[in-house]
Design a protein around this ligand. Structure first.
Ligand code: AMP
Length: 115
């Protein structure tokens, strides 16, 4: 199978504004931001969707993604005000890139329910 768009970013084959990196996790600014802060947090490993994850197999990785979100929120100055974390799972939920990613959104007041 060919590699995903986000794997190409992990391998630096296409450019991205990378804000955070560990051995297992990468985070970069969304190319089409929906809030003043809009960052995608991904596992370097290709996992298609949150639907392909289990706590037993991926619990540690999910924890690392949450650590990344909290750290980046502090870096971006939105930790105290608040921020939103979103996984879109499947096309009907709005997933367009089938390499797992968590959206970190903040820097403005968020509406609920989302569209
Ligand atoms: P989703 O709709 O949940 O699959 O989210 C995919 C996100 O990836 C969208 O918010 C896009 O704007 C973003 N995106 C697509 N291509 C790139 C890219 N090359 N660099 C950064 N973000 C991207």
């Amino acid at each position: 199978m060919s590699e995903t768009l986000f794997t190409k970013i992990v391998k630096r084959e296409i450019p991205a504004d990378i804000v955070y990196e560990t051995d297992n996790v990468l985070a970069f600014r969304d190319i089409s931001p929906q809030a003043p802060v809009h960052i995608l947090i991904i596992p370097k490993e290709e996992i298609e969707s949150v639907r392909n994850m289990t706590g037993a197999e991926h619990g540690k990785l999910l924890g690392e993604m949450i650590d990344a979100a909290n750290e980046i929120a502090k870096q971006e100055g939105i930790f105290e005000d608040g921020f939103r974390l979103v996984f879109n799972a499947g096309a009907k939920a709005g997933q367009a890139v089938f390499h797992l990613h968590m959206h970190l959104l903040g820097g403005r007041v968020m509406k609920w329910p989302p569209g």
